[in-house]
Unconditional design. Sequence first.
Length: 143
Amino acid sequence: MEIEQLEPLIGMWKLEVDLPGSVDVTGTCAFEWILGGAFLQQRNQVDHPDAPDVVCVVGPDGQGSFTQHYFDSRGVARVYEMTFEAGRWELLRVTPDFTPLDFSQRYVGQFRSDRSRIEGGWEFSRDGQNWDLDFQLNYIKLA
């Protein structure tokens, strides 16, 4: 899988975050090529105490998919398996990396056909089989 297929992510996005108990949480996200296009960088900023700022670096995993290295303003660092096919973007963490795995996580987002919006949500699982919605996270393309 070639890194160039992530091109639809490139640009500025508005984030719509539906955190339980919060109203109208928004933020921004920028995706850009780094290191001569060898990797994709993602930067999220959300002005809400329950939503950390995030930096991610995505690269090919050598097996036909991608790996996302995630870092946030709480000091959390994680590694996610990532697929990006047919307008579907999925991040998955089901095995421990260099941090403990207290629960499994996944994000599943679907592009609209015009690529102007990604609708999705983060889910968690305590047993690796049954998934519950943690929060909705949608991306709206700005530029």
